[in-house]
Design a protein around this ligand. Structure first.
Ligand SMILES: O=C(O)c1cc(C(=O)O)c2c(n1)C(=O)C(=O)c1cc(C(=O)O)[nH]c1-2
Length: 579
């Protein structure tokens, strides 16, 4: 989309949640740099009026900032030239009783801008196009059925004349999908499901490849028993990337439903899969399933970061992905060839490695350690000491990449779990979970539940690692000022040196940070902004007022101590250097 490309090219603006189509979250702004970042001060603040988990980041288009909130999904347009005065406010009418409570709070990962419109995907799965000037609704369309457990938390990605949209519902047995709507009218153009017959998945059995081979006819159906694919999950609630040259959209699918692996024999394709789809037709060029027959809830939805780097002696179009399962993958994004798969936290123990031997039957698959296999241990058996926990070595919190250092900056979890699968029956609209968990800090380690790391994607190695007391549930931002920013669950926004990880500055905001740090320029001056508001899976315990470590989906566990550091909130804090 031309207007999106124009916005991406202007570092004063932020028109997408992912900063650019490649998901690098790198800003070319460099007024704030590693020498002066220690002088950052609060420039202004804004209360969103909502006290829940605030994920994503505001957008800046021209001299207007667009701020979104978690449910009820309010959008504010703020005039950056006039003291952030509210230009308009959009508050959707959503019936809270029809919105399924997803595992992990009522978050929303933010807005997107294209062609003079602001695009919002609400919790009730309504996709709305708003006039960016007035906040008036251009069109709206229903993307799913909340009565069957479908909901939304993700942002959308405008590509050419379409907007690409995912859906949540993996804990409700939704057959999840990705859909392209016409940007002007909201008319459905194509929809590809994560599992099912080829025509539903938009898979061409001869042309769609997995690890270099055509997938073959109805390849997904053969990996499910009977009709189980119809309630198979594989939800699409993560981040989307786009390569304009290859015209491919990249994203990952989530867990197969239920969490009880015994109830769904087979590989459960194509849950837990990286998808590369043609943006015009939706037809998949290639797929790669990272965790066949998931036994741990390692949703494969984390962002795909597109870079061009030299690997195996030649410059290649790469895709790097930090999966929940604890492996950092690098693939050739044109062909789907697997190049690197290494653990990005040494505590990962459920698999010894990913088999990289092309001649082997298990090529491309993780080699599972029997003692941590909840499938082999069986129903009603508590498998203990599995690392990482269900929320993964990384969850939705997006990483950043700096072309100045060729390093990825990754917010991670350092958490292990006990997992006990049990039998469930499917009832439309009711939770279809099938396991209980408890989660705790990785043992024999630094005692904390997170690390902020720098990763070399070509060699698959950690460059440096900063331990954190809690999971780093906030997204990273890398800048041309040689600084990387991120937030912590206690509420700190931190700036570190992109080469060494040395802490250069921090500031404690009013609530835990699970939003993504952003930067923009107004009247020639650079600002850094971040949403505070604890929540999401790691913070849901606090958000729901739960202190019982066994409450919820094992959500509280080691995070219960968060209540000693922070409180619910909903605030944007914007920083700048002194005049
Ligand atoms: O399978 C799904 O549909 C689904 C949806 C979501 C969501 O929409 O936020 C999460 C998850 N799964 C999930 O597994 C998970 O760990 C998670 C964390 C968060 C969050 O925002 O903190 N959401 C979700």
């Amino acid at each position: 989309n031309e207007s999106v490309l124009k916005g991406i090219a202007n570092p004063a603006e932020q028109v997408l949640q992912t900063v650019d189509y490649a998901n690098t979250r790198f800003s070319k702004l460099d007024q704030i740099n590693k020498d002066n970042v220690k002088n950052l001060q609060v420039a202004w603040t804004f209360s969103t009026g909502v006290l829940r988990g605030h994920e994503g980041a505001p957008l800046v288009v021209g001299n207007v900032m667009y701020v979104h909130t978690p449910f009820p999904n309010i959008v504010y347009a703020l005039d950056l030239d006039h003291d952030a005065k509210i230009l308009w406010k959009y508050e959707p009418k959503q019936d809270p009783s029809v919105i399924p409570v997803m595992c992990c709070d009522t978050v929303n990962r933010g807005l997107a801008y294209a062609d003079g419109t602001i695009l919002l995907h609400q919790a009730d799965t309504t996709v709305v196009s708003l006039d960016a000037k007035t906040g008036k609704v251009n069109w709206s369309v229903k993307n799913g059925d909340p009565a069957k457990g479908a909901t939304n938390t993700a942002t959308v990605l405008p590509v050419k004349d379409k907007v690409i949209v995912g859906i949540s519902g993996g804990e409700f047995g939704v057959q999840c999908h990705v859909t392209a709507y016409d940007l002007k009218t909201g008319k459905l153009v194509w929809r590809g499901y994560s599992e099912g017959p080829d025509d539903q998945m938009l898979v061409d059995p001869e042309k769609t490849t997995e690890l270099g081979k055509p997938v073959g006819k109805d390849s997904s159906l053969k990996t499910w028993e009977g009709d189980q694919w119809k309630t198979g999950g594989g939800c699409t609630w993560g981040w989307y990337s786009y390569d304009p040259k290859l015209n491919l959209v990249y994203y990952g699918s989530g867990n197969p439903s239920t969490w009880n692996p015994k109830q769904r024999p087979g590989d459960n394709k194509y849950s837990m899969t990286i998808w590369a789809r043609n943006a015009d037709t939706g037809v998949a060029k290639w797929v790669y399933q990272m965790t066949p027959h998931d036994e741990w809830d390692f949703d494969g939805i984390n962002e795909m970061i597109l870079t061009d780097q030299k690997i195996d002696g030649k410059e290649q179009p790469l895709l790097t992905h930090f999966d929940r399962n604890g492996f950092g993958y690098t693939l050739n994004r044109e062909t789907g060839a697997l190049l690197v798969a290494e653990k990005f936290d040494p505590v990962v123990n459920w698999a010894t490695k990913v088999d990289m031997d092309k001649g082997s039957k298990t090529y491309g698959r993780p080699l599972v350690v029997a003692k941590y296999s909840t499938e082999q241990n069986g129903e009603d058996v508590n498998s203990k000491g599995i690392c990482p926990a269900a929320l993964g070595t990384k969850d939705q919190q997006p990483a950043a990449f700096s072309p100045k250092t060729n390093l990825f900056y990754v917010p991670t979890n350092h958490v292990c779990m006990d997992y006990e699968p049990f039998r469930v029956t499917y009832t439309p609209g009711q939770p279809y979970v099938g396991a209980t968990l408890s989660m705790y800090p990785a043992p024999n380690s630094h005692g904390g539940m997170g690390n902020f790391i720098a990763w070399d994607g070509v060699n698959g190695k950690i460059k440096w690692s900063n331990p954190e007391q809690f999971s780093v549930w906030s997204g990273a931002l890398a800048t041309a000022g040689d600084v990387v920013f991120y937030g912590t669950l206690e509420g700190y926004i931190k700036a570190v040196d992109d080469k060494t990880g040395k802490e250069l500055w921090k500031f404690k905001t009013p609530s835990g940070i699970i939003g993504n740090v952003m930067t923009y320029q107004n009247k020639g001056k650079q600002y850094v902004g971040v949403l505070s508001g604890v929540g999401g899976w790691a913070g849901i315990g606090l958000a729901a007022g739960l202190t019982d470590p066994n409450a919820g989906l094992g959500a509280v566990g080691g995070y219960a101590a968060l209540s000693q550091y922070t409180n619910l909130g909903g605030q944007l804090t914007v920083f700048a250097l002194p005049n």
